[in-house]
Each structure stands twice: as C-alpha cells, then as structure tokens.
Design a protein. Structure first.
Length: 225
C-alpha cells in the first residue's frame, strides 16, 4: 500500500514537471541581446528546447505584444531597457534579465523592470531552464493576483454604488434601507442584471432630475417598508 502511495506521489510530481516543460516549449520568446556569442548560445539553447524564438537588438520599445518571455540584456548604456518599464502592464511577458556586471545602473534597471529572473554572463546553458521556469511561474502568479485584485476592486465599487442608490431611495422615496435594497435586488432579478447596474440607473435618474432642477421630497406619512 505504501509503495502504491509512493508511486502515486512520484507520478504526480512527474506530471507537474512535464506540464512545466511543455509550458516552456510552447512559449514565444524574444532574445533581446547583442548579436554575439552569448546571444547566439542563448537563442540556440531555447530553440533546442522547442521554443519559438526571435532575436532583436537594440531592444524594441514597446515590447512585442505576442511574446510570452523576454531574455533582456541589461547593460550600462541601455536607455531602451529603462524606458520599457513604463510600458510593462498586467499580462505582459516574463522578463529574464541577462547581466554582465552588477553595477548600480544594472541593478536599477532590474528593479525598474520588475524582472522575474536573472542570469549572468558569461552564459552557460546550465541554469537557463531554471530561471526560465521561475520567471514564467512568477509572471503567471502576478497575473492571477492582479486579476483577483481587480475583481475585488470591482466588487467593492459595486457595493458602494448599491449603497449610494439605497441611500437615495431612503432619502427621496421614503423607503427604509431594507425595502430600498429589496427594490433594487428584485429589479435586478427581473432584468437579469447585476445589482450595481440597477443601482447605477437609480443614481443616473437622480442626477438627471437634479440637472433639470427637480427635487423629490420623501412622501408624507412614513416609510414604504
């Protein structure tokens, strides 16, 4: 029984390792490196891995939007690399810096670009695959985290819109909060729309009436609960 469990665990690890390698092989890679021996070694090693590799120098700005990873040579005189940091957005490629010396300028470029991996020159094929896999993993994690943050921000924004609409209905229609919320919820259900969408209509209607100089006072005689 223990042997079966052990084989199952090893099989799971092997499957995970194969998925990582397949992800790297499918990657579209830009090697932004001077056309020298190191650049050729790196590009050829990635091609042997199975990657779709293109080479470019100087660094194109902005980066192509159809690449998954960029191996980027960082040099002291490389203003293009620093300029790239402005254009890097969510969903962009993984950046693997290729550095010769750990100068202050190179370190600043690495930080500004928020690189996901670093390899040093003179280049050796050993270690490239590890940094490539790490960079792809980090970029994927950042993308997933950014998506969660955006979703949370949208949820909070929607709640604020609903709260504002409820407040307007309370103040101008004489409803209590529960009744105002139920009104928005039931309308959203009837329209098969999001609560925030119905709430935005309530707010827009109120703002339109304000622009027309109209005022709606709460009805006399209590709430509409």
């Amino acid at each position: 029984m223990q042997g079966s469990v052990g084989r199952g665990a090893r099989g799971g690890r092997n499957d995970g390792a194969r998925r990582i390698l397949e992800d790297l092989r499918r990657a579209r890679v830009l090697v932004a490196h001077p056309p020298d021996e190191d650049g050729a070694l790196l590009a050829n090693h990635l091609r042997r891995l199975g990657c779709d590799v293109r080479e470019a120098w100087p660094v194109p700005a902005p980066l192509p939007d159809d690449v998954d990873a960029v191996f980027l040579a960082i040099e002291d005189r490389l203003p293009e690399a620093l300029a790239l940091s402005v254009g890097l957005e969510d969903g962009g490629p993984a950046i693997i810096a290729v550095v010769t010396y750990e100068t202050p300028t190179a370190l600043k470029a690495i930080v500004d670009l928020n690189v996901h991996g670093v390899i040093s020159k003179p280049l050796r094929t050993a270690g490239v695959l590890t940094q490539f896999a790490l960079a792809r993993h980090r970029r994927g994690y950042e993308t997933r985290l950014s998506a969660k943050v955006r979703k949370l921000e949208e949820t909070l924004k929607g709640r604020r819109v609903v709260e504002r609409a409820v407040k307007l209905l309370v103040e101008h229609q004489g409803l209590d909060e529960d009744a105002a919320y139920r009104l928005i919820r039931d309308q959203a259900s009837a329209e098969r729309a999001a609560l925030s969408s119905v709430a935005e209509h309530v707010i827009q209607a109120h703002e339109t009436m304000q622009k027309l100089g109209l005022r709606m006072a709460p009805p006399q005689g209590g709430s509409g609960a």
